[in-house]
Design a protein around this ligand. Structure first.
Ligand SMILES: [Zn+2]
Length: 621
């Protein structure tokens, strides 16, 4: 009996899903963003329904985030209405993103009104001058529906005088005061965020008339913040050409680099097929440190149009935003994108060759201290993407973090140098990109892949035991990072007392002192210990993240006092005495370290070909 009921229920579910997936559902979405400066968006959604029990859902699993980040906690003011009558709703007892309601007989359309709060301190999505509108935050759709089968006609009302950028196409004859867009699938709508602001610049990157068009849509807190230097503009134009030379095809009809420059809103990058949502500080064109650190942001997000959007791991290509995602191949999706982000930044001149190598040295050295690799292989960091962002930065070297980004970078550098060696310089990872991500140019499409497809793609470039090569690195519990790409690239990772320019840029922007490579700790300018690395002298002395350094060798803490103590200890047998506060208690921690300041760098191994130098050479003239 129970089995029979279950079987029937399953049958109903699968058949209704099937029917829904075949029908096109036409929704409208009207966003009133006139309250954006105080970080609240108002929206009205109409959803066609049939009578009876219905479940309406709010997007949960977000593409690009690879995890359930649909901000349900920020959804407020929710009302369902049918034929002018308010309908009661109940949230699902288990799924917080689902709302159940009874639709009366004869009703064919629901009108839903809602507000979304976009305030999150420094991670807010709007300020008095700018807005980053993510459509998934203001829309609902029927449960069990494929997002490709929902068509949405969206419109937005912006604060007076604000202008916007988006990959969406404006409809003819928009209503007074609002901008309406041509109907698109829900998939495409969510894939096409809109940025808006009082100050806006449209910067073409391809000559007028040339297809596809590439533009930067820029909004910022001031005109001054958006003053892109001529050299940067030339480099971003070159980025478009270099990416085309690398992949050999484009899977979009136009491309918008959306770029928000603000110190008051979230700094992030999110990839889409025909646009990327990039947000940096206001000083990115004026402060060389910020410029250096952000140099690979646009190249990274742009690479995703091919690696992540067009070609996508099967476990991340879901039918709708309620279906869970599987992150096991993120070392390809994010790892190789991290690699190309850094390489393209160097190929187009956004980073000098020296800045590229210093950045790589900092990445490699950081990963070589990730002692968590002895319990957690890299593969597990990708598999557990759902939970990694919830952890703080404390003990990060023991926990491990989203290491599939930077360590994926090292692995793909290892692959690239290996292909070049095996083929005597005839082939490279460029060839893999052309065959795996290229193909026919045209509008956005998704082609999924599995681990085996990556292996077979590599074998088509040059035959090798690629499955073993990759698995050895992905499943390794070695205490050391995979540095084969640097070594085969003709370089060596060394440490000396000269500041690494990437580490220094991070220190300056985050107001910290990075002693990761000396005593094994990072402290803020006020002495707060951000992190301590297990296995280092600071760890052996008993220090821990959360403590606050008060004094060093009897003198009040400052970064200069600490650096002087590191230097003095080189000619002393005495440990460095660190007075630290741990909650209500004070203690002196004796750090037995005499190696002075240490920072990572790459130096040439003259006996080998400089493959790193070859890799960062531009493909275009
Ligand atoms: Zn990415």
């Amino acid at each position: 009996m129970i089995l029979r009921v279950l079987a029937t229920a399953l049958l109903c579910l699968s058949s209704s899903t099937f029917v829904l997936a075949q029908q096109t559902i036409r929704e409208t979405l009207a966003v009133d963003a006139t309250d954006a400066p105080r970080n609240i968006l108002h929206a009205t959604v109409t959803i066609p329904v049939s009578s009876g029990a219905q479940t309406i859902v709010y997007p949960k699993w977000m593409p690009g985030n690879h995890r359930p980040t649909g901000p349900i906690q920020n959804l407020t003011g929710l009302h369902f209405e049918a034929s002018g009558q308010e309908l009661p709703w109940q949230r699902d007892l288990v799924d917080m993103w689902a709302f159940h309601l009874q639709v009366p007989a004869g009703v064919k359309e629901l009108k839903v009104t809602l507000d979304t709060i976009t305030y999150n301190g420094k991670n807010s999505l709007a300020s008095s001058k700018v807005l980053d509108l993510l459509w998934n935050q203001v829309i609902l759709y029927p449960q069990g529906t494929a997002t490709d089968s929902v068509t949405v006609t969206a419109s937005v009302r912006l604060p007076q005088g604000w202008k916007f950028g988006t990959a969406l196409t404006e409809a003819q004859g928009s209503a007074q005061g609002a901008t309406e867009f041509q109907p698109v699938t829900l998939t495409k709508l969510v894939d096409s965020p809109l940025i808006a602001g009082q100050y806006y610049r449209l910067i073409p990157l391809t000559p007028e008339g040339e297809k596809p068009q590439h533009v930067i849509d820029m909004v910022g807190e001031s005109e001054d913040a958006m003053a892109i230097p001529a050299q940067d503009l030339a480099n971003y134009k070159k980025l478009v050409a270099e990416a085309y030379a690398l992949f050999g095809a484009r899977h979009y009809e136009k491309y918008h680099f959306l770029w928000t420059l603000s110190d008051q809103t979230a700094h992030h990058g999110l990839e889409h097929h025909e646009s990327s949502d990039n947000a940096t500080g206001e000083d990115v064109f004026h402060d060389p440190n910020a410029h250096n650190l952000e140099a690979d942001l646009l190249p990274h997000e742009y690479t995703h149009s091919w690696n992540g959007k067009h070609r996508r791991p099967a476990g991340l290509a879901t039918a709708n935003y309620q279906e869970p995602m599987k992150g096991d191949l993120l070392w390809v999706y994010e790892g190789m994108t991290d690699y190309w982000g850094a390489i393209l930044a160097a190929r187009v001149g956004l980073r000098s060759p020296d800045q590229f190598r210093e950045n790589l040295a900092a990445t490699a050295a950081m990963l070589d201290r990730r002692v968590g690799r002895t319990w957690r292989p890299l593969q597990d960091t990708a598999t557990s993407v759902q939970i990694l962002y919830a952890s703080g930065g404390q003990w990060v070297n023991w926990r491990r973090s989203v290491d599939y980004y930077p360590e994926g970078y090292l692995i793909w550098l290892d692959v690239d140098t290996q292909i070049r060696r095996l083929s005597n310089g005839q082939k490279s990872l460029n060839d893999f990109c052309r065959s795996f991500y290229g193909g026919q140019s045209g509008p956005p499409t998704v082609v999924t892949y599995k681990f085996e497809d990556v292996v077979s793609g590599l074998n088509q470039v040059v035959a090798h035991e690629w499955a073993k090569f990759l698995r050895d690195r992905l499943d390794s519990k070695s205490p050391h990072a995979p540095l084969g790409g640097i070594e085969n690239g003709g370089w060596k990772l060394i440490y000396n007392d000269q500041k690494n320019t990437t580490v220094e840029a991070q220190e300056k922007t985050a107001n910290t002192l990075d002693m990761s490579f000396s005593i094994g700790a990072i402290a803020t300018k006020d002495g707060d210990l951000r992190d301590v690395i297990p296995g280092t002298p600071a760890f052996a002395a008993g220090l821990a993240p959360g403590m606050k350094i008060i004094g060093v060798n009897g003198r009040k803490w400052s970064r200069d006092v600490m650096r002087a103590a590191l230097k003095a200890a080189m000619n002393s047998k005495e440990p460095i005495a660190i007075l630290a506060e741990n909650g209500d208690y004070y203690n002196t921690y004796n750090v037995d370290y005499h190696g002075g300041e240490k920072y990572p760098h790459l130096v040439r191994n003259e006996g080998q070909t400089d493959l790193l130098g070859e890799i960062i050479k531009p493909l275009t003239k």
